[in-house]
Design a protein around this ligand. Structure first.
Ligand SMILES: Cc1ncc(COP(=O)(O)O)c(C=O)c1O
Length: 371
């Protein structure tokens, strides 16, 4: 019997990819293939920098499926994940005296990375369609904006998916004020019917980031970066040729390239999407009738509106009293943004459907005032 089937605590905080049935077989196969490669020593003993020529070509073809056209591999890097790439991009694009604009509720790492790099963050208003272009325009008029970071597809934490019309309007504002866009498309490969990325609407303005953390595995510590131009990429790289902390881990690059070339990456991403959809069905069954849940079929979590008189703290405490762990949403708020009455609940953190049902039942009972 697994822990989830007992009365063990249910963690509903983390949103890493679920383990899917074909995962072990395909990853074992790729690891074995990499172990047999003639240059195994090279993979383990030398830097792979930002990926081999083959890694980049394979990646360009794979990302081309999402972007609508195969990007020039000369604009593409493999890096050690979204977060260390963001650190480099923030300091490159937002030198002292300028700031990064972003959705007022945003990926928890953004505020922490900005603090680390002493970078100012400017909150931009959001609605059900994501970042609002009128608010971005107001921020661009009033401040020196070095770049705007946007997570338009499966926004973390609100789950919104920006419409194509809004994407075009946001890109127009960024163009008007010559503000580069940093697009975080971490959910792009696992979102059904995802609108085209900003990188395909405004490729000359957009630094496009696609991590493998959600569509393959966070343990690989790898993301792809596509720069708006070869010159822009050269400028980014010039001052930091020896900073290896953002080089791609060689073993990860070799495994990922094999997973993509063998077709396994697409199958794994497909199964991850199916598992997320199955868990979304469970969430609909258990919480949908309450009308308090914002989500979509491809989201790893749900965003819940807490009805009065619940406060966030009281709700988290009440859930903890019933062995369900939830994260305080203050981690998503840019500084100065007051976050009221919402909770993010991961549908993926419980390892089994039974565990998920148990966690959601606790949340449903609390929301309905039954507990
Ligand atoms: C919005 C967003 N971007 C990126 C990532 C992945 O970051 P990394 O590539 O550093 O694992 C996550 C994972 O939680 C995320 O929620």
């Amino acid at each position: 019997m697994s822990a989830d089937e007992t009365t063990a605590p249910i963690d509903m905080t983390r949103t890493t990819a679920p383990e899917v049935p074909i995962f072990r077989e395909y990853v074992e196969r790729s690891l074995a293939a990499v172990a047999r490669e003639p240059d195994l020593a090279g993979t383990m003993l030398r830097h792979r920098f930002h990926g081999s020529a083959r890694d980049k070509q394979v990646a360009a073809n794979w990302l081309g499926r999402r972007l609508g056209a195969v990007p020039n591999p000369a604009r593409l890097l493999m890096t050690g994940g979204t977060q260390n790439t963001l650190m480099i991009l923030f300091s490159h694009l937002a030198p002292q005296g300028t700031a990064i604009a972003t959705e007022k509720l945003t990926y928890a790492a953004i505020g922490q990375l900005a603090t680390l790099g002493r970078i100012s963050v400017l909150p931009v208003d959001i609605d059900e369609d994501g970042l609002r272009e009128d608010s971005l325009e107001a921020v661009c008029k009033a401040h020196k904006v070095g770049a705007v970071y946007i997570n338009p597809t499966g926004h973390n934490p609100t789950t919104s998916i920006m419409s194509i019309e809004r994407r075009r309007r946001v890109a127009d504002v960024a163009r008007k004020y010559t503000v580069p866009i940093i697009e975080d498309d971490v959910h792009g490969h696992i979102t059904e019917d995802a609108p085209p990325p900003l990188a395909s609407i405004a490729p000359d303005l957009t630094w496009y980031l696609m991590s493998v953390s959600k569509c393959m595995g966070i343990g690989l510590r790898t993301a792809y970066l596509i720069a708006p131009s070869e010159d822009g990429l050269a400028d980014l790289l010039r001052p930091i040729p020896s900073v290896s902390s953002w080089f791609v881990p060689g073993l990860s690059a070799a495994v990922i390239t094999h997973l993509i070339e063998s077709g396994a990456a697409c199958e794994i991403a497909g199964q991850i999407s199916s598992e997320i959809a199955a868990r979304q069905d469970i969430a609909q069954q258990m919480l949908g009738h309450l009308g308090l849940m914002r989500t979509h079929r491809s989201s790893l979590h749900v965003w819940i509106d807490l009805p009065p008189p619940w406060t966030i703290e009281a709700f988290i405490q009440a859930a903890a009293g019933k062995s369900v762990t939830l994260r305080h949403p203050r981690v998503f708020a840019t500084s100065g943004t007051d976050i009221k009455g919402h909770i993010r609940a991961s549908l993926i953190a419980p390892s089994t459907h039974e565990g998920l049902r148990r966690g959601l039942r606790v949340i449903a009972d609390l929301l309905a005032g039954r507990a």
